[in-house]
Each structure stands twice: as C-alpha cells, then as structure tokens.
Design a binder for this molecule. Sequence first.
Ligand SMILES: [Zn+2]
Length: 61
Amino acid sequence: MIKRNLYCSVCGREVEGDEEIYAKMKAPEKTAMVEIKAYLKKNSEIICKDCYKNNLKIKGS
Ligand SMILES: [Zn+2]
C-alpha cells in the first residue's frame, strides 16, 4: 500500500494520520462527484488544525 504523506501548505509540517485537517479549494465547475478525489489532489491546499486556527485569529483581528 502506497502511503501518501500530506503536508500543511502554510507551515510545511507533515500532517499525521488521524489529525484533523482543512482543505482550501476552488469550487469545482461541473465536476462529477467521482472526479472529486483527482480534483482535490490538483486544486486543494491542505491546512493543519493549528494554522487554520491561526488564520482565523488573523482574519478576526
Ligand atoms: Zn500548518
């Protein structure tokens, strides 16, 4: 089984297996649900929980 590591796009930290993550992505245009996985790989940014929280703080101030 090939394990694909995910890295936070903000801090570059490797995200752990059971860690909660957030994905930032553009809304797909006429994309069927079966293509979502491929779409996510190409168009999403993974953000770890810590950076997500920090982002919210920055935006809120
Ligand atoms: Zn991060």
